[in-house]
Design a protein around this ligand. Sequence first.
Ligand code: PLP
Length: 276
Amino acid sequence: MSGGAPPVALTVAGFDPGSGAGITADLKVFAAHGLFGVSAITALTVQSTQGVRRVEPVAGALLRETLDCLAADVEIAGVKIGMLGSTEVTEALAGFLAASGIPRSRVVLDPVLRSSSGKALLEEAGVRLLREKLLPQVGWVTPNLAELAVLTGLPEPAQPAEIPEAARALARMAAETGRAAAGEAGLHVVVTGGHLDRPDDFLLAANGEERWFPGTRVETSATHGTGCAFSSALLSRVLLGDGPVEAVAGAKAYVRAAMKAAYPIGKGRGPMHHLY
Ligand code: PLP
């Protein structure tokens, strides 16, 4: 064995057999940042670069047992939460987080509700549970515009000027449902704007600071799993010690570089190339 061990990052997400999204992509992102990644599968999916055909969630008790087994053995530095797949799985994860002692400032929630190919990845009751039981336990949430609308119940922002108010509404909602432990920082909301004309991202930090991160569109079909990669890159940067602004800027730069370096794999929206 050589040197000190890197921080251990946990991804709790779905399995994409094509490795473009979900846990296999997250593990590559963690490795690219020099972290050691571990994972707990929430659901198997039948999918390819051409879209998601089927989602088969694991039993909630199996997920909880997996998480407890990992946490009893390894010091988990932080968690990225991706696709959950069912209400039962969402409940099991909320129970684990409450008991885990992992600081919420090192838990990133990517509220995956629908695949880009249109398949629903969490039912309505699961969304409610995510909002009520998971959101108050995380330090970061990374919705895209459609996810922001579902979580807040507000119309989907049609232009960038509407994004800050929707992000504030989400932060208020989380604060109302949350019971943050004394001394713990609140919620950072990062809205990924990749579906508007300009892929600008917006950060509403826990201290109320607001910041835009301008982007330029990358001409590529390698866009499968960009949300997954962004949230796991964000967790990686947080675990490496970045503050909120540096972490968002770093994650955005990482995803852009991985999209630009992609090679053609599959007939549909291909995977990114994760840079080692
Ligand atoms: N499959 C899994 C396992 C995912 O976690 C996600 C998104 O996070 C998707 C599919 C959807 O990916 P995309 O939005 O690229 O279709």
